[in-house]
Ligand binder design. Structure first.
Ligand SMILES: *Cc1c(COP(=O)(O)O)cnc(C)c1O
Length: 386
């Protein structure tokens, strides 16, 4: 008997392969860093989200090692049963204090946090308003919630205002990336908050790429947004924080509600407590890490100055470690990425549907782990191949 479902799936794989869209996972040996050992080759990489170079930091490694001796490896149960360890609890308190919110909740990943928050706050009688360039996890979350799902053009707050004014939903939720992951630009937080206040909506801000980097490490919230109990803040902790997980911060009753209702929080085993111990150390490193942010800013300035005279390609206007070089044409973007790779440099090519058609780009990400010589090598190579 032929297995028809498997045959259809294999046809799908063959079609993706024919269009060069089949995706494979490069295998890395060793730790995250500027130089990566990939499939047996050493590459200078500009493709991690380890913006502060904390992923392999000795202080974090030591924190994990020390915690292992007291808490073992597995959490052993969900948070609402016996899995919630003091390290989790201490991290939540420290995170809330750091970002200036009353309370926080630690999820195992940003993807889970977004599913949990949006589905806990929005249901069938709600409407979710989302920037078109939001992260995929926020799109999935809105769809899973069963709420009406309305998208506005990237940063088009006039369109958002019209949509809010026309809405008859009982509960409204505005959802936006704070730093957009493919463009590196920053959402206008206070203007979004004005709209949330005028239309009695929640404002949920996903700061996956800003936490640890922006504003002394506290991320992209403004003073008003820290004060507002309409604003719910997400930081993912596998990027600049260098570990794993995500923390959601807001009013204490919002956090208590999430503990009751966020299914990706309730129905999953708690993350290993040693990771929370590691996160406490990461938070200390972020708080005292002005030198890392200064180093990162120097690398960003160096790259931007070095690429200003590039004959082709548009470096998007970004003050964050995400520095996209838009080439436009898919094949040409791939060619440039491959030419860099031949020189031992790894910069990922982003093509549609990940980015809008006609805006294929190299997504350069910088880290405090990069040296001045690393960035100089990238600039030189780009001048040679673009
Ligand atoms: C990476 C990312 C996430 C997902 O976070 P994980 O912890 O990796 O699951 C969510 N939102 C945005 C904007 C991201 O960039």
């Amino acid at each position: 008997m032929t297995h028809r479902a498997l045959a259809r799936l294999q046809q799908g794989l063959a079609a993706a392969r024919a269009e060069h869209l089949e995706r494979r996972r490069p295998v890395r040996d060793g730790a995250q860093g500027a130089q990566l050992a990939i499939d047996g080759e050493t590459l200078l990489a500009f493709c991690s989200n380890d913006y502060l170079g904390l992923a392999a930091d000795p202080a974090l490694v030591e924190a994990a090692r020390a915690a292992l001796d007291t808490c073992g490896v597995g959490a052993g149960a969900a948070h609402l049963v016996s899995g919630h360890h003091r390290f989790h609890d201490d991290f939540e308190a420290a995170f809330a204090r750091f970002v200036g919110k009353p309370a926080a909740l630690l999820f195992s990943s940003g993807y889970q946090a977004n599913l949990g928050v949006v589905t806990a706050l929005a249901g069938r009688s709600s409407e979710v308003f989302a920037d078109r360039l939001n992260h995929a996890s926020l799109v999935d979350a809105a769809q899973l919630s069963g709420a009406a799902f309305t998208r506005y053009r990237h940063l088009d707050l006039a369109q958002l205002e019209g949509q809010l004014a026309a809405s008859k939903a009982t509960d409204k939720l505005i959802v936006s990336d704070l730093v957009f992951s493919m463009d590196g630009d920053i959402a206008p937080v206070d203007a979004l908050l004005d709209l949330a206040e005028r239309h009695d909506a929640w404002l949920y801000l996903d700061d996956a790429h800003g936490f640890g980097v922006l504003d002394d490490g506290r991320g992209g919230l403004t003073a008003r947004a820290r004060e507002s109990d309409r604003v719910i803040y997400l930081a993912t902790l596998g990027k600049a924080a260098g570990v794993a997980g995500a923390a959601v911060a807001g009013h204490a009753d919002v956090v208590l509600w999430l503990v009751q209702k966020a299914r990706p929080y309730v129905y999953t085993t708690a993350s290993p407590p040693l990771l929370a111990a590691c996160l406490l150390e990461s938070l200390r490193q972020i708080e005292t890490g002005a030198f890392r942010r200064a180093q990162l800013q120097q690398r960003i300035a160096q790259l931007r100055a070095g690429l200003a005279s590039l004959p082709r390609g548009t470096l998007l206007d970004s003050a964050t470690p995400i520095q996209p070089l838009v080439i436009g044409d898919n094949a040409e973007t791939l060619r440039v990425a491959q030419a860099l790779r031949a020189r031992g440099l790894w910069v990922p090519a982003m093509r549609p549907p990940t980015v809008p058609a006609g805006t294929a780009r190299l997504r350069i990400t910088l880290s405090a782990a990069h040296s001045e010589a690393d960035v100089a090598r990238l600039v030189e190579a780009l001048h040679a191949v673009v």
